[in-house]
Design a protein around this ligand. Structure first.
Ligand code: AMP
Length: 384
């Protein structure tokens, strides 16, 4: 047990969170009924987690502020993975931080991430490190077209990426990304994308939610549907998850994103935190990813991770559909993050729950029609 020496796990009352976005807010919403109080560190005065706790307004790189946060809470965590490692370490010197910064560092650099995964015997898409035009040419010769060029650091939701379909795309991709350290990956024509989230407690107990199928468009998650893969795939994903959790001696929720390709799992990336594709667990699992993350870092017993209903999550990017019409659908759970709408910004989600796949599909078709845009077509990729 590495909580502060004068503390028993049940003594945790105040929880600090580096980051005050929607993930922090959903931690707050899950933690208040457990008796926790929250302090969020975020540079923005209107960070949306602020409505569920105190807001300490400071830059993420402000080590003094991180130290202050660490010294005024019983335990701290983070809601995004690009927390500067120096701030995470400063916080840890002043208090207790879970997950520990080792997982944070490894996940911030795609090259280190791939190296680590490979060393643990976990398959990733073939890749080549690129820091010059010559490296890029070399990589393309090795991997062929199409390929995906990605920045090693600070990429998310498809940002910092370019697909190279033929040699003509090479210079354009280099102009766009060439100033950063890069990694070139083979483009994987996957059958499906999926993610696994699991929680590991302070005592080493691990619980895993059902593998979740995800549909992305333009690099951003749009739909998540859990519980549709067979047991052998779940077991393979779970084995990889256990290897990583044990490697990091991890505490809290860890997420791994996979490509399902030729029946095998390749890891796209991992995130040392709760994840967008796990939002369905709020309404469709015994214990949500947010509650279990908090239980884990506070040293409390973990909750059950089984599905309580068939679930499907829709992600609202840039705009929310008509609430009046959406709420008329049975089993609709609405989540508005209280963020100002902007193109490309995650501002809310909805989870549909139902007691059968048939009902879920019927209601999902209704919601997709109300949401409009690409939702009806994206939904067909799940149900056709
Ligand atoms: P990322 O930000 O790396 O998670 O990428 C966002 C999305 O881009 C993924 O969820 C995939 O849909 C797509 N993508 C990323 N890398 C690859 C790849 N090597 N092959 C095929 N699709 C990819």
């Amino acid at each position: 047990m590495n909580l502060k020496s004068n503390q028993t796990p049940s003594a945790v009352e105040r929880i600090g969170v580096l980051g005050g976005g929607q993930l922090g807010r959903m931690m707050g919403l899950a933690g208040i009924p457990l008796g926790f109080r929250f302090v969020f560190l975020d540079p923005s005065a209107d960070a949306c987690a602020g409505s569920t706790g105190e807001l300490l307004q400071a830059e993420f790189s402000d080590e003094e502020a991180a130290r202050q946060l660490g010294s005024t809470v019983d335990v701290a965590t983070f809601d995004f993975e690009n927390v500067p490692e120096s701030s995470a370490r400063a916080l840890q010197e002043a208090g207790t931080l879970y997950p520990a910064p080792n997982a944070l560092g490894a996940g911030q650099d795609r090259a280190m991430e791939n190296e680590l995964l490979t060393s643990l015997g976990i398959s990733v898409p073939p890749y080549h490190l690129v820091s010059s035009r010559t490296d890029l040419l070399e990589g393309l010769e090795l991997l062929g077209y199409p390929a995906v060029l990605k920045t090693r650091r600070l990429g998310y939701d498809g940002k910092g990426q370019a697909i190279l379909r033929d040699p003509e795309d090479r210079e354009r991709a280099w102009q766009k990304l060439g100033e950063s350290d890069l990694v070139l990956e083979a483009f994987i024509p996957f059958e499906a994308e999926c993610s696994l989230f699991a929680v590991r407690g302070l005592d080493g107990e691990i619980r895993t939610w059902p593998l979740t199928r995800n549909v992305h468009s333009n690099g951003i998650l749009k739909l998540s549907l859990p519980g549709v893969f067979d047991e052998s795939l779940q077991a393979k994903a779970t084995a990889r998850m256990h290897a990583m959790l044990e490697h990091f001696d991890y505490t809290g929720v860890l997420t791994i994103e996979f490509f399902l390709f030729k029946g095998e799992l390749l890891v796209n990336e991992f995130a040392p935190r709760v994840h967008n594709s796990g939002h369905w667990t709020i309404d469709g699992a015994c214990c949500s990813q947010f509650e279990n993350h908090l239980r884990a870092i506070a040293g409390l017993p973990l909750g059950e991770t089984e599905m309580t209903a068939r679930s499907l999550m829709f992600n609202w990017i840039g705009e929310m559909p008509d609430r009046q019409r959406a709420l008329a659908i049975p089993g609709l759970h609405w989540h508005d993050y209280g963020k100002a709408p902007r193109p490309g910004r995650k501002i809310g989600h909805a989870t549909l729950t139902a007691d059968s796949m048939e009902t879920l599909e019927t209601n999902a078709v209704r919601l997709a029609e109300i949401a409009g845009g690409e939702f009806p077509a994206l939904l067909r990729t799940l149900f056709d």
